[in-house]
Ligand binder design. Structure first.
Ligand code: IVH
Length: 667
């Protein structure tokens, strides 16, 4: 019989082991053990917990996930069903719709509201006495998944509504992943060799279905709310506009634009206007929703079994273009991952000319059966990244060629490897010139060391001329050698060396981002610098100590540790130290920074310096920077032409500072 201390230890080990595998499986999509092995560990823990109920814990993986139904969420009923909308792609049907609504509403020209149709995941928030008690996905319309734990992590969704409340209210809207966050997330996944998400909608859905809310929290989700479900204890609203304004007053995010229309032509004009600006929103918009404004008229029109008669969605065509796929080239990334890229005959789509599109990995090329010489359809995934969405196989001539992933790196010629369970193929040669090129470009990037004048072409020449082998070599460059490069003169060489030299003083967080540790993006670098305060303390930290930072997961912690354990990396770090780079966080202990401790800022309007730089000034002093104004905001820094955020701050009574006042605070 093992001692109870032993059993407890064994239980804890199993829990942490299972938690690790859950993360690897669900989040990293990179399991390292078979399902069978997982089940065996799980059963072992389950049995021990049954035999020793004194060590039971609600945090145990056995409590969070149930056997094979590991991803199942609890089901919750909607008090009023979540319906869908009738769709159309046709102007004529929009005009018919308005005529029908006008007729059913008893003649006249009823007022319609036109608003963006957010391409996200439908959600119903339940507030009781102003407190968020549940968040439920649409499911089948009557019953959905309880994702409350995850929705609570979305910062723009209040857990408590502003104002005084008594009663119950279902609030309907959409959860989305901002296009920018989607791009950043995929970039990170690409670096780690993980499968990328197809579009922001899928990523939002995947993020809401996480068992661990810590993961959802890192996904930067947002919400937009546009309607009500069941309510109890609240007076009736008379118009949709009143509903929207009230939701905003309660602190819920609503659509930033809406149009009122009281004629067919005005309705169509609004749809076209929204269509023209739809790519400018932070979320994907796949249509316009047309809704009757007056609630009394809505009641008159009622519902069909599936949708309201008083509303309709006009869907914009996804902008697609046909073009020729001339070639598939292979790019080598900063971490050695080989990516097939479609070289296209340039074509105009969704606002810009596209001539290249990533094909992600060889599995993707095979799955879509994309061949060199194919006629293809190109679209922008999430409005931003060009993607080949289909092959026009009927246009094949027989001259098309099947793509083969090279077995040697196209840059350095060394053999490439594909790890089991991973889609990525990698070149493992640390001295590969293509990797070095990408690493230096990343190091010099604006968000990293911000080295002016160190563009792609110059980096290529520096590598070719054997002047740099690591990022640290940049700081050893001599003016005569640089001036001898093509299209370089004494003066431009001098400028380049001066700007490289000036980058020595960049703060530690930028350096940590710039050295390019797998998976460490800007925000992780900032957290690492803030937590460890110096390069040396970070280098001395164990994987567990690094993972103690709550936004840093075990995979990233392992990757950081692995980086600093690498001999060549350590040599680079030591060289950077010799060249006088900032290895410590400057401790700002002056009185001016005390004023920033524990404050949350929202920056809006146009200011004399880019917003991101101002944000850095705030963060360097211990403040936080948020994207939207809420009751939790301490200050709004408002520049010229500040708009809705300023208005909201004034409404909520949040202190507003102009730039002069802000500079005064900085000291
Ligand atoms: S109103 C009775 N407004 O689109 C249904 N829906 O295809 C009332 N959606 O189920 C829905 N943006 O999930 C409404 N501004 C908006 C919307 C919106 C996105 C979603 C919603 C709806 C689906 C219908």
């Amino acid at each position: 019989m093992p001692s109870s201390g032993n059993v407890q230890h064994q239980i804890e080990q199993l829990r942490s082991e299972l938690n690790r595998h859950n993360r690897l499986y669900y989040t990293e999509a990179a399991p390292v053990i078979s399902d069978r092995e997982y089940d065996a560990l799980y059963r072992q823990l389950d049995q021990l917990e049954r035999e020793h109920p004194e060590f039971a814990s609600p945090d145990s993986p056995t409590q969070r996930v149930g056997g094979e139904a590991i991803s199942a969420f609890q089901q919750l009923p909607h008090r009023l069903p979540m319906l869908s909308l009738d769709n159309t792609y046709s102007e004529a049907e929009v005009r018919e719709f308005y005529a029908r609504v006008a007729r059913l509403a008893g003649g006249g020209l009823p007022e319609m509201v036109v608003e963006p149709k957010v391409d996200g995941v439908a959600i119903s928030l339940v507030y009781e006495n102003g407190k968020l008690i549940a968040a439920v996905t649409r499911g089948d319309g009557n019953v959905g998944d309880d994702v409350t734990h995850n929705v609570r992590t979305i910062r723009s969704i209040p857990v408590k509504l502003d104002g005084s409340h008594s009663g119950l209210m279902e609030i309907r809207g959409e959860i989305f992943m901002p296009k920018k966050a989607f791009l950043a997330m995929n970039e990170k996944r690409r670096e780690l060799g993980e499968a990328e998400f197809a579009n922001p909608r899928n990523s939002a859905a995947g993020s809401l279905k996480q068992l661990d809310p810590g993961i959802t929290a890192k996904r930067n989700l947002g919400g937009v709310f546009y309607g009500l479900g069941y309510s109890e204890g609240y007076p009736d609203f008379s118009t949709h506009v009143e509903v929207l304004d009230t939701l905003a007053e309660w602190g819920l995010p609503t659509n930033p634009r809406r149009w009122l229309a009281d004629s067919t032509d005005a309705l169509w004009a609004a749809i076209e206007e929204l269509g023209a600006v739809r790519h400018d929103f932070q979320f994907d918009i796949d249509g316009a929703v047309l809704k009757l404004n007056a609630m009394a008229q809505r009641r008159q029109l009622g519902f069909t079994s599936k949708s309201p008669r008083w509303a309709m969605a006009y869907k914009y065509e996804a902008e697609q273009a046909e073009t020729l796929l001339r070639e598939i080239s292979v790019q080598v990334g900063r971490t050695g991952v080989l990516t097939p890229v479609a070289e296209l005959e340039p074509v105009f789509v969704a606002g810009s000319t596209v001539s290249r599109a990533t094909l992600h990995n060889e599995d993707e090329v095979r799955r879509k059966d994309i061949r060199i010489g194919d006629r293809v359809l190109v679209e922008k995934a999430g409005d931003v990244i060009p993607a080949v969405v289909a092959v026009l196989t009927e246009k094949r001539t027989g001259a098309e060629r099947v793509f083969e992933m090279p077995t040697a790196c196209p840059s350095c010629g060394s053999e490439v490897f594909r790890e089991e369970d991973q889609v990525a193929v990698r070149c493992l040669n640390a001295a590969c010139p293509a990797q070095l090129q990408r690493r230096i470009e990343h190091f010099a990037a604006r968000k990293a060391m911000d080295i002016d004048g160190l563009g792609e072409a110059i980096v290529e020449q520096l590598i070719k001329a054997d002047l740099v082998h690591t990022v640290a070599d940049l700081y050893t460059l001599k003016i005569d050698k640089v001036a001898a490069l093509e299209r370089m003169a004494e003066k431009s060489a001098g400028n380049l060396i001066a700007s490289i030299s000036a980058s020595r003083t960049r703060p530690l967080q930028r350096l940590l981002f710039g050295i390019g540790i797998h998976g460490v993006g800007e925000s992780a670098a900032r957290e690492l610098a803030a937590h460890f305060k110096s390069m040396d303390q970070l280098m001395a930290a164990s994987e567990e100590e690094i993972a103690e930072i709550h936004t840093i997961g075990p995979v990233m912690a392992a990757s950081i540790r692995q980086y600093f354990d690498g001999e060549s990396n350590r040599a680079i770090i030591e060289a950077l130290r010799t060249h006088g780079l900032q290895f410590d966080v400057e401790q700002s202990t002056d009185a001016n920074s005390a004023a920033f401790a524990d404050t949350t800022w929202v920056i809006t309007g146009s200011l004399s310096q880019p917003r991101e730089e101002i944000a850095e000034l705030i963060r360097a002093r211990g403040g936080r920077v948020a994207g939207s104004v809420s009751a939790k905001t301490t200050y709004v820094l408002a520049g010229e032409e500040a708009g809705s955020k300023l208005a909201k701050a004034e409404k909520l009574g949040v202190k507003v500072l102009d730039e002069t006042e802000f500079r005064g605070m900085l000291g």
